[in-house]
Design a binder for this molecule. Structure first.
Ligand SMILES: Cc1ncc(COP(=O)(O)O)c(C=O)c1O
Length: 369
């Protein structure tokens, strides 16, 4: 009897298992807007907005990780938007985290509130106890970006669904390798694949995963009608990133934990947020639903000047937004208007050797007043 291979092994061999003699082992980039279609349509490819073989391969690969049907998008925001557009109608209420990724609230207030959709907000830490009455859709972001609050997804999804809401989890800060929102009761698992899944800071992309055929059809139809299509080149980059995501994430998780442990207790650091730390208020709930704690560590320095100096002086940090790439990076989140202290740093661990990264971080902290 053979053991069932893990999702990562199945993902790695998804294409090679299907090859005919003489076919390319690497995934071909089908750079074609249109496909050979004599006679009547028969379900084969015919136009790039409706389907492309390179994109479909990547969707099948991510589908192995999510154990679900997957629709890919040209950014994480497009993926989230597809759920909003396919589910929300005038008169509906959507509940979103007040401390989650800010563009989600911007999208709702710019596009959906004027159409008669009501947005309610709730801090991630209180989401499990929220009032879901009259909600059509509830968005959970756990761990939240940038504060890394964790919410009990199974409990929140259970209560929200009892109240008649659909539940979407933005899994961007974790990924399906660390956390499985659909197993925890969510209807949709969405992610910005721009981050760890593609992993090399060279492409924007995202996906929606669901196990519900009707919800899947709604999202896929919206993509086709709106034309929010991933290019085959970008799909190829995502495919290449997926081949190494497990090993990269393992190093990023280890680096983030090592950095969190190194900065906590340092005299220049006022607070550290990382659900992997034993004394973090969210550690127990994170242990229950996560397998690893992700690449982001947030910590607070005295003020803006100290934070900017740390970022400039730490020689293994690139001063950039985003996370999940191979290079460690950091930024002050107050510069985007997040409700955090001026000295709040979102640190995104890359894949540098752990001792190098910890040494660079502690040396830069040591020079602060
Ligand atoms: C939690 C979260 N969700 C969604 C997004 C949007 O993803 P994208 O930039 O790929 O549109 C981001 C981007 O930073 C994010 O951090």
């Amino acid at each position: 009897m053979t053991d069932t291979p893990s999702p990562i092994s199945r993902l790695l061999h998804y294409r090679t298992e299907r090859l005919a003699k003489g076919e390319a082992v690497a995934l071909p980039i089908h750079a074609s807007s249109t496909f050979h279609l004599p006679g009547d349509p028969d379900g084969s490819h015919f136009y790039g907005r409706n389907g492309n073989p390179t994109v479909e391969t990547v969707e099948a690969e991510i589908g192995i990780l999510e154990a679900a049907d997957v629709v890919c998008f040209p950014s994480g925001m497009a993926a989230i938007a597809s759920v909003f557009y396919s589910v929300l109608r005038p008169g509906d209420t959507v509940l979103v985290p007040s401390d989650g990724y800010y563009n989600v609230r911007n999208l709702l207030s710019a596009q959906f509130e004027p159409m008669g959709v009501t947005m309610r907000t709730c801090p991630t830490a209180e989401m499990a106890e929220a009032d879901f009455k009259d909600c059509k859709l509830v968005l959970i972001e756990s761990p939240s970006n940038p504060g890394l609050a964790v919410c009990d997804i199974a409990k929140t999804a259970g209560r929200a669904k009892e109240a008649g809401a659909l539940v979407m989890v933005d899994n961007t800060t974790a990924s399906p390798l660390i956390q499985q929102p659909l197993d925890l009761g969510a209807d949709f698992s969405v992610m910005s694949d721009t981050k760890a899944m593609a992993g090399h800071s060279d492409v924007l992309c995202g996906h929606v995963a669901t196990r519900d055929a009707k919800l899947f059809e709604g999202v896929k139809t919206w993509r086709r009608l709106a034309g929010a299509i991933v290019s085959p080149f970008d799909a190829f980059l995502l495919h290449r990133g997926l081949a190494t995501v497990e090993v990269r994430l393992a190093r990023m998780n280890a680096n983030a934990l090592a950095v969190a442990e190194a900065v906590q207790g340092h005299k220049a650091v006022q607070a550290v947020h990382y659900p992997g730390l034993g004394n973090d208020p969210f550690h127990q709930v994170a242990l229950k639903q996560m397998n690893g704690f992700g690449p982001i560590v947030s910590f607070v320095l005295a003020d803006k000047a100290n934070a900017e100096r740390f970022i400039a002086d730490c020689h293994l940090l690139s001063p950039a937004t985003s996370f999940g790439g191979v290079h460690s990076s950091a930024e002050r989140r107050a510069r985007w208007g997040d409700e955090v202290p001026e000295g709040f740093i979102r640190f995104a661990a890359g894949i540098e050797p752990t001792p190098d990264l910890v040494a660079a971080v502690t040396q830069a902290l040591d020079t602060l007043s």
